[in-house]
Ligand binder design. Structure first.
Ligand code: HEM
Ligand code: HEM
Length: 182
């Protein structure tokens, strides 16, 4: 049965779905653009999309974290067991950490590798980091490991959301969906 629950406020919902849409496009773009043997024009287009969307997303992510730190999330329905509350809290915290680690490591990997970020270059921003193969390698390792963890946590996150929306219908889904709910 769907409980009538207080939902996330509209800014939290919109910031969630804008970030989610961008991240869910950037992950396949990142995975495809790093594959051997894909056509060069496609690879260039995906790199352009991936790097620049990632940079545009940074202020959205910062706004989201600032909003979250100043607004407590609404309480979960009483029907959600303790272990699921803890799992949700932990996975949400991990997602926020990854939303910082991924753009920062991507940025450091690209800039210390001496590569362009077209949007920032157009705006006349300097490289901000000196070229360093070692730093680029470390950042690349962090970005790849972060991507792995992010994909795993998101698989659980999306499965949990689908379970709430389709099976339990306990109002958790409509707390976050931008239309409807209270
Ligand atoms: C199809 C994709 C997605 C679905 C269906 C979905 C669904 C949801 C739902 C229903 C909630 C509310 C949970 C609750 O009430 O406790 C939520 C919260 C959250 N989601 Fe997602 N999500 C998706 C993608 C993402 C992505 C890509 C990210 C980040 C990379 C993300 C990060 C978060 C975070 C951090 C929260 C906790 C919000 C807070 O309490 O501050 N989600 N998501
Ligand atoms: C939320 C933000 C981001 C997500 C979810 C994300 C995700 C990914 C994924 C899944 C990959 C493929 C796995 C890998 O090879 O590491 C990747 C690769 C890559 N990403 Fe990101 N990324 C993000 C932000 C950025 C940003 C802001 C930049 C640069 C400005 C960037 C630059 C790169 C580069 C250069 C690669 C290829 C790594 C290599 O050299 O093999 N990413 N990213």
């Amino acid at each position: 049965m769907t409980e009538r629950l207080p939902g996330y406020r509209p800014p939290a919902r919109w910031l969630h779905w804008i970030t989610a849409a961008a991240v869910l496009l950037m992950i396949p773009a990142g995975l495809i653009m790093t594959r051997e043997g894909i056509p060069r024009p496609l690879q260039d287009a995906l790199f352009l999309f991936h790097k620049n969307t990632g940079v545009v997303l940074v202020p959205v992510i910062l706004a989201r974290i600032a909003y979250r730190l100043t607004h407590r999330p609404p309480p979960l329905p009483v029907s959600v067991p303790g272990w699921q509350r803890r799992a949700a809290g932990l996975s949400h915290a991990l997602l926020y950490v990854l939303l910082v680690v991924m753009p920062v490591s991507g940025f450091v990997r690209v800039r210390s590798g001496g590569f362009p970020i077209e949007l920032l270059d157009r705006l006349g921003a300097g490289p901000w980091l000196a070229k360093s193969e070692r730093l680029a390698d470390i950042a690349q390792g962090i970005h790849a490991a972060g991507a792995f963890v992010l994909i795993a946590v998101l698989a659980l996150h999306i499965a949990a959301a689908a379970q709430h929306a389709l099976i339990r219908r306990d109002g958790v889904w409509s707390r976050m969906w931008p239309v409807g709910g209270s």
